[in-house]
Design a protein around this ligand. Structure first.
Ligand code: HAM
Length: 425
């Protein structure tokens, strides 16, 4: 006896986007595209997989993202490739490879796409998730940091998430960070055994990360460490003060978060995150900051840069927590209803013609007249255009599905009749 084939399922941590979710996705991407475009950013699309080196050199071998979360595989020629876990290192790789850097000019790029991280899935944390991001490449000035953070605030506003908190901090640069890392080590060393096993490794490689470990023992120790801002060198402190002052002038609300450090190694000076409180454990909607050394690290000239990425999956969770759904209903302008089989080809041809202006559905299931009308109502059609065999050749009826009012229209006047009905009041 053969049993029914087992139902296949999407891999753990991935999901299918359909119905209202896919409509929301489309809206969020379009809104971001509009905002970034109006701010002078141009789109870049990079491959979904890259040489693993892009991330080991770009994001940092000791980071969780590269060390534990990458989908890495060998291709048939034995090359190590990785599904991109983030977009910044690939964008910088692409900018260098395609000669998009002009001396003295800035390069402003945005991207939209899926990222992949092998992490324990939970609400707001997926193994495939989508980010929208911007990278402003080539300016060392605080105005660039402020521009990027202001754009994040504008995006929050457009998405109806003004309640979200923008948190900013400075993690210093190559001049002052080593001394700060030593200060962390000095503060923690007497209680090294109290750190979690991962932080004991971080103690050697990336002591800054001990500051945002979630294990209570590590948090207690981290509380005894002076915040990074206390150890900034004068140029970094001045840069940070200027960023804050610009944010004040621009009217961007923010909170200085002394313990904010980021999980990727390329950050220098300004770092920021956007958090939305009421959505469970994964509250970070955006992450970003300045990465003055990354272009050089990937083989290019010294090119100070700043950017951010926002997670679409989490933005949608936040928007549903906030009760905002600007993508509206799934509507249909016109449903064509066919009263006789011999009229179906004509109805289908008219549907194609009308679709140059409106959303139009036409029956392809040979359903009876009444069933077609019923389906049009369920689908939310605003108008039904009725081909009625009894009415004679060329005669049609246009029914307003909201009021039930029906008028006869001549085939030659269909377009103007529909336009009059659908015109905004
Ligand atoms: P990130 O903080 O790792 O930064 O990610 C940015 C955003 O992506 C997060 O705030 C979150 O909304 C979303 N995200 C991250 N991991 C997941 C996940 N597993 N499931 C769902 N959403 C997730 C970066 O990726 C940097 N490249 C940002 C950047 C751009 N920095 C400078 N330029």
């Amino acid at each position: 006896m053969t049993s029914a084939p087992q139902q296949l399922r999407a891999p753990r941590g991935t999901r299918d986007l359909h119905g209202e979710t896919s409509r929301a996705w489309g809206w969020m991407e379009a809104a971001f595209r509009g905002l970034a475009g109006r701010a002078g950013f141009r789109e870049i699309r990079t491959p979904i997989f890259e040489s693993t080196d892009v991330f080991t050199r770009g994001v940092g071998e000791a980071t969780d993202i590269v060390g534990k979360e990458m989908y890495t595989f060998l291709d048939r020629k034995g090359r190590s490739l990785s599904l991109r876990p983030e977009g910044t290192a690939p964008v910088v790789r692409a900018v260098l490879e395609n000669g998009l850097l002009q001396p003295g000019a800035i390069t402003k790029l945005f991207y939209i796409g899926s990222m992949f991280r092998y992490d324990r899935p939970q609400a707001g944390r997926y193994r495939q998730f989508d980010q929208v991001g911007i990278e402003l490449i080539g300016s060392p000035y605080p105005a660039a940091d402020a521009e990027v953070i202001a754009l994040a605030a504008d995006m929050l506003h457009a998405y109806g998430l003004d309640d979200a908190t923008v948190m900013v901090n400075s993690v210093g640069d190559a001049a002052c960070r080593p001394a700060y890392e030593d200060a962390i080590r000095d503060a923690v060393r007497p209680d090294l055994a109290a750190l979690c096993p991962e932080c004991r490794v971080r103690f050697e490689t990336r002591p800054l990360r001990i500051l945002d470990c979630k294990v209570p023992g590590c948090q207690a120790l981290a509380a005894t460490v002076p915040p990074p801002r206390a150890s900034l060198c004068a140029p970094c402190a001045e840069h940070f003060a200027e960023v804050l002052s610009l944010l004040d002038i621009l009217g961007v609300r923010y909170r200085v978060a002394g313990d904010l450090v980021r999980g990727l190694d390329y950050y220098t000076r300004t770092v920021f995150e956007v958090h939305y409180g009421t959505m469970g454990a994964q509250t970070a909607l955006f992450g970003g900051g300045r990465y003055d050394g990354l272009v050089e690290q990937l083989g290019g000239p010294a090119t100070p840069s700043v950017g951010y990425a926002a997670g679409i999956d989490r933005m949608l969770l936040a928007m549903s927590a906030a009760g905002v759904a600007p993508w509206g209903e799934d509507t249909l302008d016109v449903a064509i209803i066919c009263g006789a089989d011999e009229l179906r080809p004509r109805a289908q041809a008219l549907a194609r013609q009308l679709r140059t202006r409106w959303s139009v559905d036409v029956d392809v299931q040979r359903r009876a007249f009444g069933k077609q009308l019923q389906a049009a109502g369920k689908r939310g059609a605003r108008l039904a255009l009725i081909f009625d065999a009894k009415a004679g050749d060329g005669a049609l009826a246009l029914k307003d599905m909201t009021t039930g009012e029906q008028i006869a229209v001549d085939a030659a006047d269909v377009v103007s009749a529909i336009a009059a009905k659908l015109a905004p009041i």
